[in-house]
Design a protein around this ligand. Structure first.
Ligand code: ZN
Ligand code: ZN
Length: 120
């Protein structure tokens, strides 16, 4: 696996199909450039205890060569819920409902997104 920088962090995601939580390892490889390195199944209670909500970082997303996509449905597309900051995998819908907080919204495309996460 690609070595991570010391600034790497984990953000919480949730699968829109299975409604199961997962974590994504993100490495800010350059200024304003966030690389998605890996995705893995995670226990939601564990994630809360380990404080995966302490880091905020903004940048353009790129995919690392080993990034597997959502560990449940394998989608590599996602959006970030504007209400709860969760990454949710995306399947081309015009309107999406966040599986975590239930908010329904249209999507806005943006070059830079802000991710909230925590230490590895
Ligand atoms: Zn999924
Ligand atoms: Zn949400």
């Amino acid at each position: 696996m690609t070595p991570l920088s010391k600034n790497a962090f984990v953000v919480m995601g949730m699968c829109s199909r299975s409604r199961q939580p997962f974590g994504i390892t993100v490495d800010p490889v350059e200024r304003n450039q966030l690389r998605l390195v890996w995705a893995f199944k995670i226990n939601a209670d564990k994630a809360r205890r380990e404080g995966y909500d302490k880091t905020k970082m903004k940048g353009a997303i790129e995919y690392g060569p080993e990034y597997p996509g959502c560990p449940y449905c394998e989608s590599t597309q996602f959006y970030v819920c504007h209400r709860c900051d969760t990454i949710v995998c995306y399947h081309g819908e015009e309107q999406v409902t966040c599986p975590k907080c239930g908010v329904t919204a249209g999507l806005i495309e943006s070059e830079q997104i802000e991710l909230t996460g925590g230490g590895l």
